[in-house]
Design a protein around this ligand. Structure first.
Ligand code: PNS
Length: 164
């Protein structure tokens, strides 16, 4: 049986429980899953690439077929370089669909051999996004249950650093 490899790309600024849910689903579906952190985000990220990678490594440590990597440039070029069969993306709500469809079709136009596969996270994470997590945290709200504990700690250090 030939093995299947998928790329799960994103900004992961920071990883949420919704991302983690999708990684778990992807790792069950594919023989290998590469979680790929985009290094050149257009918007200013809260966490540096190394920090985002460290958090992902931490939360995926027990999943033996999951690799964490970084990429820049076009996703399809990276997917080809990694000899991936598929790009994995999550769709939470109807509002994600338009953007995701556009990206999937554009990626197909650029590289017809790489399929985009969509998975839905657990219903309890359909409203979770990195953007909202950061916004809530900055305003003193609780993000418990929305992000892994290690991410909560990192948010605390980053947003409310202890004064020495
Ligand atoms: O987590 P995000 O920010 O929704 O992820 C978006 C991402 C990284 C998947 C997308 O911006 C991307 O693929 N960027 C790489 C550049 C690229 O290939 N752009 C053309 C997409 S059609």
């Amino acid at each position: 049986m030939p093995s299947t490899r998928a790329i799960y790309p994103g900004s992961f600024d920071p990883t949420t429980n919704g991302h983690l849910d999708l990684i778990e689903r992807g790792s069950r579906l594919f023989d290998q899953l590469v979680v790929a952190v985009l290094t050149n985000i257009e918007k200013e990220p809260l966490f540096g690439v190394d920090e985002r990678v460290e958090m992902l490594l931490d939360v995926t440590r027990k999943m033996k077929n999951v690799e964490v990597d970084t990429f820049s440039g076009l996703l399809v070029d990276y997917a080809k370089q990694k000899k991936a069969d598929a790009i994995l993306r999550g769709i939470r709500a109807f509002s994600d669909y338009e953007y995701e469809l556009q990206m999937a079709l554009m990626n197909r136009k650029l590289e017809p051999k790489v399929e985009t596969v969509f998975l839905m996270p657990a219903e309890s994470y359909t409203y979770v996004s990195s953007r909202l997590v950061k916004e809530i945290f900055r305003h003193g709200g609780s993000v418990k249950g929305l992000v892994p504990p290690v991410v909560e700690e990192r948010l605390q250090e980053k947003v409310f650093p202890k004064k020495l």
